[in-house]
Write a protein that binds this ligand. Structure first.
Ligand code: NAP
Length: 548
């Protein structure tokens, strides 16, 4: 069997993988992207459910590497829909001639580090094999869908769909009785859209979620021109903001403001800022009492748009701090429950007992459905990283190495796995940031590292165990300063039963994180061992000398 040789293999053809391909090809490297699906786009390719749209503003959720691309692409809405994002991805792929480096329907099943040669050997589902100095895992943090298994699930005679494996053919909801299980961002986005089409919709809720209004709107030609005239400044602002969204935290504590001032500030932010609402005061995510003021405001807002008094108490979130688990940015989610064809099923009050041939039986009653949708989320951060067999030094697998939770230096590399780059991985701002900013930041840093390696004749880079211990400790210390640890969420591994509970993203912000990346590079990539001869070859040479 032929082994294909390239400089870099990138796994995944989503936003991260495509940006990696572009940046590394610019370096003059031969790059091969391996993508398991039959199309590019990563999570956006699969999450085609009705109402799917980005909850980061379109102008910020787009690549910044090409001013020409920035200027020529026209976003039609403040928050782009999934089809529009897919059109953007298609445009990028074509404009930069990326497709010829991408192999579709090719799942990397095994990656094994050849310690003597200092390169990775990959085996894929289509039988192809690859050898590459560098392996970039751009597999996404929310790309391993998960769904509960209920007794009798296979008995259900209707259609079941997962939000993250949405069929490519349109699903016709007209006249149908539909169930949505899960009320995270996906469930909240699809609810109002499906409610308008279906005969009846039942939303199964376990935890009521906070949400702020998207205030989505078409982008006028004037606004487009205004943004494009100052795009660089807008990017600078995003790069220098804590979340990469361009919002700077308020200078004041929520507790320093009078109730009247707070009401004014929150009101002004409510229909305008989306996620920026969480930054109106600097301590909303740092101090419970400060958070309570924002949470109370949101609860009041949510309750005020729900007509049915009996639903208000159920839909209003109360048992966790606002934004301690990811809130949603919605377009009419709560208002959808004012419709006569929409019903809420609270699974904490009446748990799901089983699926039946006709639908779902809870402890209260049997609901009959034609379509059941799982909007139950993902095995976040590590799900897709730990799916393939990734074998580092001495037969150690990544699953073994991360059994007690992911360990990385700067969220990028892990010891015993040289020349492996985890893009937007655990230990980096990833899901606590505008992921587009984080992707570009990290991949440009990797490109600079590879340039440095080439210039210095370095063939192997590897995180040092001491550096990764210190980084994990730093990630934990920063998390302790926040309210993220006060509730269960996918940030801390609570979304999958039995998953190790550790806090995974870096909560120190995009700007702070960039300082660490810069410092690391300026100090000759401190915390990473850079070797001109692979470690194993050095050891072999010493052993040979000793025995000669
Ligand atoms: P999610 O936020 O993890 O939400 C999953 C939902 O399913 C939660 O309500 C959860 O309840 C519920 N659930 C899980 N298992 C259940 C069970 N056994 N019984 C009943 N309910 C169950 O997943 P998601 O909505 O797919 O969103 C995931 C992330 O994707 C978002 O946080 C966001 O980062 C990203 N996303 C982004 C966009 C965008 O616009 N950029 C859009 C959609 C999603 P509990 O809360 O009780 O666990």
């Amino acid at each position: 069997m032929t082994i294909n040789e390239v400089d870099v293999v990138v796994v995944g053809a989503g936003f991260g993988g495509l940006r990696s391909l572009y940046a590394l090809r610019q370096l003059g490297k031969t790059v091969q992207v391996l993508e398991a699906s039959d199309g590019v786009g990563g999570v956006w390719y699969h999450n085609g459910y009705p109402g799917a749209r980005c909850d980061v503003e379109s102008y910020d959720y787009s690549y910044s590497f090409s001013p020409e691309l920035e200027q020529e692409w026209v976003w039609s809405e403040r928050y782009a829909t999934q089809p529009e994002i897919m059109r953007y991805i298609g445009h990028v792929v074509e404009r930069f001639d990326l497709l010829r480096h991408i192999r579709l329907q090719c799942r990397m099943e095994e990656a094994r580090y050849d310690e003597q040669a200092g390169c990775w050997l990959l085996r894929c589902s289509d039988g192809s094999q690859w050898r590459a100095r560098h392996l970039v895992l751009a597999v996404g943090q929310l790309s391993a869908p998960k769904a509960p298994q209920y007794p009798g699930q296979s008995r259900f005679a209707g259609q079941t769909i997962h939000s993250a494996v949405w069929p490519k053919q349109p699903v016709d909801f007209s006249g149908k009785r539909v169930a949505i299980i899960g009320t995270g961002s996906s469930g909240m986005q699809m609810t109002p859209v499906i409610a308008r089409q279906a005969a009846h919709l039942t939303v199964f809720q376990r935890t009521p979620n906070y949400s702020v209004p998207a205030a989505n709107a078409p982008v006028s030609p004037e606004e487009d021109a205004r943004v494009k005239a100052h795009y660089r400044q807008r990017r600078e602002q995003a790069w220098n903001s804590p979340t990469g969204l361009g919002f700077m935290p308020g200078k004041k504590s929520a507790l320093q403001a009078t109730p009247e001032e707070r009401a004014q500030v929150y009101e002004a932010a409510w229909n305008r800022l989306g996620f920026g609402f969480a930054l109106t005061y600097f301590d909303i995510l740092l101090n419970q009492a400060a958070n309570d003021t924002a949470a109370e405001f949101i609860r009041h807002k949510i309750a005020s748009v729900i007509d049915k008094p009996e639903l208000r108490d159920k839909l209003v979130p109360k048992n966790h701090a606002f934004a301690a688990r990811r809130p949603s940015v919605d377009s009419g989610y709560f208002q959808a429950f004012n419709r006569d064809n929409v019903e809420l099923a609270d699974v904490r009050e009446f748990p799901i007992v089983e699926f039946t041939e006709k639908g779902i039986r809870t402890t209260a009653k049997e609901h009959e459905f034609d379509i059941i949708i799982f909007a139950t989320g993902f095995d976040a951060f590590t799900g897709s990283l730990l799916k393939p067999e990734i074998v580092g030094r001495q037969g150690l697998t990544l699953r073994q190495k991360w059994a007690a939770g992911p360990v990385t230096h700067l969220g990028i590399g892990t010891s015993d796995f040289p020349n492996l780059f985890v893009l937007v991985g655990p230990g980096s701002p990833s899901l606590l940031s505008n992921v587009m900013v984080s992707i570009e930041e990290q991949i440009d840093w990797l490109a600079a590292l590879i340039r440095h390696m080439d210039a210095e004749g370095v063939v192997e880079f590897e995180a040092e165990p001491e550096a990764e211990r210190a980084w994990v400790e730093h990630v934990n210390e920063r998390a302790k300063e926040t309210l993220y640890l006060t509730t269960d969420s996918y940030y801390n591994g609570a979304e999958v039963k039995g998953k190790t509970r550790v806090f995974m993203p870096y909560s120190g912000g995009v700007r702070g994180y960039r300082r660490f990346l810069r410092q690391c590079a300026e100090q000759g990539y401190s915390g990473f061992a850079l070797r001109k001869v692979p470690l194993a070859s050095q050891v072999a040479a010493v052993t040979e000398q000793a025995s000669a």
